[in-house]
Write a protein that binds this ligand. Structure first.
Ligand SMILES: Nc1nc2c(ncn2[C@@H]2O[C@H](COP(=O)(O)OP(=O)(O)OP(=O)(O)O)[C@@H](O)[C@H]2O)c(=O)[nH]1
Ligand SMILES: [Mg+2]
Length: 448
């Protein structure tokens, strides 16, 4: 169905040693043959050199290295050629243009992986994992994406689907033999199976908040009074002088966001304007912005100078913080004696670097609570799409239990189980409508 020949540059544009062009579809080898003067399809998967020329003009464009694949033993499951050209802006674009002139069509974003799904090489969860792996900036994101690519989540959801199917089979048996007194299936057997499925679904749904946070990065908002050392801490956690630091209170006027990694976990770190009542219009707006960010925070990094008591306002802020707080005492190097820190305070100095490692670990612990994120033994639900479908499945299983408890006829009650199965199949992509596929692949890059 989707087998016309597509071609795309799979590497990003710009100066680089090489660029990779993928050609896929039935007839891919013929298209490549028209451009690569030394083209031979066999032996498969063997690197060979060839000049690349324009098929009409015969002009030499590059000397390239290519590999051929025979369907279905390729990434897409189709006949494929992968061409490594020299990098840069011109050469890859010209070789691609030559392939298009030879009959290929420019691939759309995600089309290559979409074909892999269409041909059963990957399921939808694995395709999403490919996108997550490309977007990963923290090691924990890579681990989760690789686990999902290895069918970790697919298998877990497949198991749950299997359990619902077995439950369906038990119930069908009951429907077929209603006259048997206690029925051939003990009711407590069915009840236990229902509970088992519900627990499994709930367990997986329970990983969603950490999983989605892992994909997007936890929002860590640095807050505190003006001059508390927030921007200095922000820079120290990033390892670069991103925010302006001065001794003048009210230096930061706007929220600044930057990605950071703490203990291998991804964060979106926000530096904010110091919280205080101000007459300055710009600063007041900045403080408003800080409050808005605080409302959406996954974790708050509250800063106050070491060696002083917290003010009543600061204590009130801590008592009403909208998210878990890491209480940081800053500028420890300025103290002659040690700050008498309570257990939940982290004492830091950006001058000496003291306390920063502890702070990173504390942040990681507070923002990511599931062990799975760390050890990554269990699969995680990483997208809203997964969570919604799992919640739909759980609702249906519960509705089935409710219907049974209320003596609703077996065949009618069982329609809920059918709906649960469909919801689970949706996640894996066993039966997927075009619009779901469109949405999943819309965010892919061209050539992937
Ligand atoms: N000695 C020392 N000075 C620090 C440390 N952290 C911050 N400072 C100083 O404290 C002053 C204020 O630091 P900033 O990071 O700008 O404080 P802020 O909380 O961002 O301030 P506003 O943006 O005004 O709200 C600057 O002069 C910093 O150099 C530290 O660990 N040790
Ligand atoms: Mg600042």
């Amino acid at each position: 169905m989707l087998s016309d020949v597509i071609a795309a540059i799979s590497t990003p544009p710009g100066r680089s040693g090489i660029a990779l062009i993928r050609v896929s579809g039935s007839g891919a080898h013929d298209v490549a043959r028209a451009v690569l003067t030394n083209f031979r399809a066999e032996p498969w998967r063997t690197a060979r050199l060839s000049p690349a020329v324009h098929p009409d003009r015969g002009e030499l464009l590059d000397d390239i290295l290519y590999l051929t694949y025979q369907a279905p033993a390729s990434y897409t499951g189709e006949e494929m050629v992968e061409i490594s050209t020299h990098g840069g802006l011109l050469v890859p674009a010209e070789v691609l243009a030559a392939l298009l002139a030879a009959g290929a069509r420019q691939a759309t974003a995600g089309e290559v992986t979409r074909r892999a799904v269409a041909n059963g090489k990957l399921d939808l969860l694995q395709a999403e994992a490919v996108a997550d792996l490309i977007d990963a900036t923290a090691p924990a994101q890579r681990r989760a994406a690789l686990g999902q690519l290895d069918r970790g989540l697919s298998q877990r959801i497949g198991d749950l689907r299997q359990q619902v199917l077995e439950l369906e089979a038990l119930v069908c048996y009951e429907i077929d033999f209603p006259e048997e007194d206690a029925g051939p299936v003990p009711p407590e057997h069915v009840a236990a199976a229902i509970v088992h499925v519900e627990r499994g679904l709930e367990g997986l749904i329970g990983t969603a908040s950490d999983g989605e946070r892992l994909r997007e990065g936890a929002l860590a908002v640095i807050a505190g009074r003006p001059n508390a050392g927030k921007s200095s801490l922000f820079n120290a956690l990033l390892g670069s002088e991103r925010a302006i630091v001065t001794h003048i209170p009210g230096t930061t006027r706007d929220a600044i966001e930057a990605p950071a990694t703490c203990d291998g976990l991804p964060f979106r770190l926000i530096d904010t304007a110091g919280l205080r009542d101000s007459d300055d219009t710009v600063e007041r707006i900045g403080v408003e912005v800080s409050r808005r960010y605080l409302a959406g925070a996954d974790v708050v990094v509250f800063c106050a100078e070491a060696g002083r008591d917290l003010t009543a306002e600061e204590r009130a802020f801590l008592a009403s913080a909208p998210a878990p707080v890491v209480s940081v005492r800053t500028k420890a190097d300025l103290l002659e004696t040690r700050h008498p820190a309570s257990d939940d305070e982290v004492v830091v100095s950006v001058e000496t670097g003291a306390g920063l490692a502890t702070l990173r670990t504390r942040l990681a612990d507070l923002a990511f609570t599931t062990l799975a994120v760390r050890g990554n033994v269990e699969p995680l639900v990483t997208r809203e799409r997964h969570r919604q479908a799992l919640e739909r499945a759980l609702t249906e299983v519960k509705a089935f239990r409710g219907a049974r408890d209320n003596g609703i006829e077996g065949a009618v009650a069982a329609t809920h189980l059918r709906a649960a199965v469909v919801a689970l199949e949706d996640v894996i992509g066993l039966v997927t409508t075009e619009d779901v596929l469109d949405r999943v692949f819309a965010k892919f890059c061209v050539g992937k």
